[in-house]
Ligand binder design. Structure first.
Ligand SMILES: Nc1ncnc2c1ncn2[C@@H]1O[C@H](COP(=O)(O)OP(=O)(O)O)[C@@H](O)[C@H]1O
Ligand SMILES: [Mg+2]
Length: 319
């Protein structure tokens, strides 16, 4: 019997199409857009592997993917961890794992939902905040950005206490981090598949890309143009981060300053894979790696649930 691989997508075209076409060429594999309807409580996943490109925007898919994981599927990326993860935890973990991380402080929210009475409900909060201590740690210039952000939303460069307070006062319900601004010499984005395959590409966040989004990849003729030790460190730090976060599909960004690669943005479980952005050469590599990894996971019977304590309670009943 063929092993089924399902992919969940939004309006994105190039990546899922290429993935399905190439995966279907592998003997013993059937790849398709996953079809999802009502899900019964004892669900056995018809898919050995599910690739999730969209559950961050479709809540029902995230819950479905957890049910599918319980039902034996291997989900790329792990829906349990994806739901739990935030950027600040990532910075803290990566820093403990000896990756270079900009000095960062997470701040209490500026505003709260109406059910929170600011006079009575926030007794755990230090007030007023010790802004001096926070700024002493991070220093200016700094970046104020959401601790669970994405897509460049609400990212502000602040250079003075006045600018910081203005941006913080406008941050509303967001949980913000204040982070040392790295005035980088180069910026690298790595597309990462299966935790340890790392495609290092130069990227310029200041340019506008071919479809009007911020940021553009820079295509060079030679693959490894950075000094070898820096190139190798970026590969190694990317692997460390992916293994720590158990992301099998991720993009990891580094701002390089004075030869140090600072990890900036590395919790991107559905990284941009558009052919228009990656260019044909990198797009082909990313698709091929994803096909190889998903096929391996399907044939070797990887299961997301094996990562979790509750799976041990299932015993033979759920085998
Ligand atoms: N600490 C920093 N130093 C310099 N630039 C930064 C820093 N943090 C973010 N940026 C810039 O802001 C952009 C968006 O921030 P990022 O952390 O990648 O959030 P998002 O998830 O919204 O993409 C980055 O691509 C980078 O250009
Ligand atoms: Mg980013």
């Amino acid at each position: 019997m063929a092993e089924r691989i399902g992919i969940l997508v939004g309006w994105e075209q190039s990546f899922p199409e290429a993935f399905i076409t190439r995966a279907n060429k592998v003997p013993g594999i059937v790849a398709e857009l996953a079809k999802i309807g009502g899900t019964p409580e004892k669900y056995e996943s018809p898919y050995r592997v599910l690739i999730d490109r969209i559950s961050q925007e479709v809540k029902h898919y995230r819950f479905y993917l957890k049910a599918a994981a319980l039902g034996g599927a291997f989900v790329i990326n792990d829906p349990f961890w994806w739901s739990a993860d935030d950027k600040f935890f990532g910075y803290s973990l990566a820093a403990q794992l000896k990756c270079a991380i900009p000095r960062t402080v997470m701040l209490p929210q500026k505003d709260y939902i109406p059910a929170i009475d600011k006079q009575r409900s926030l007794r755990n909060l230090e007030f007023p905040l010790n802004w001096e201590g926070i700024v002493d740690h991070v220093r200016f210039p700094a970046i104020l950005k959401p601790a669970d952000g994405g897509g460049w939303r609400d990212v502000t460069v602040v250079r003075t206490p006045g600018e910081l307070l203005r941006a913080y006062d406008a941050s509303g319900l967001n949980v913000m981090t204040l982070q040392e601004f790295i005035d980088f010499d180069h910026y690298i984005r790595c597309i990462c598949i299966g935790q340890d395959r790392i495609l290092q590409i130069e990227y310029n966040p200041k340019l506008i890309g071919p479809t009007g989004l911020r940021g553009r990849y820079i295509f060079r003729d030679e693959e490894e143009w950075l000094p070898k030790d820096l190139h190798d460190r970026i590969v190694q730090d990317s692997i460390t981060i992916n293994k720590a976060l158990q992301y099998d599909m991720n993009s990891v960004e580094f701002a390089i300053k004075d030869g140090v690669p600072y990890a900036i943005d590395f919790t991107n479980p559905a990284p941009d894979m558009h052919i228009e952005h990656l260019g044909e050469r990198y797009f082909d590599i990313a698709v091929d790696w994803m096909v190889e990894f998903a096929v391996k996971a399907a044939k070797e019977g990887y299961r997301t649930r094996d990562r979790y304590h509750w799976a041990k309670l299932l015993g033979d009943a759920a085998k």
